[in-house]
Write a new protein. Structure first.
Length: 69
């Protein structure tokens, strides 16, 4: 894992609205994962899209556990 492949992503928890920061490894390419909120411990879906050409983070879609992303 290269350190330049790690991107800090900030967003608000879809449950408790706390400001969160997750580190995303763009070397994994596009992927989906679940992470727990650091404040309320609720499971959060993250859909990570990484550019095939540049390897940079295109966008992250965040949703509640029961939402379909």
């Amino acid at each position: 894992m290269q350190s330049d492949a790690i991107v800090a992503y900030h967003f608000n928890c879809p449950y408790c609205d706390s400001l969160l920061e997750f580190l995303i490894d763009t070397s994994q390419g596009s992927h989906e994962t679940y992470e727990d909120c650091h404040q309320c411990c609720a499971p959060i879906q993250l859909r990570v899209e990484v550019s095939l050409t540049t390897g940079e983070l295109d966008y992250v879609e965040v949703g509640r556990d029961d939402e379909v992303l």
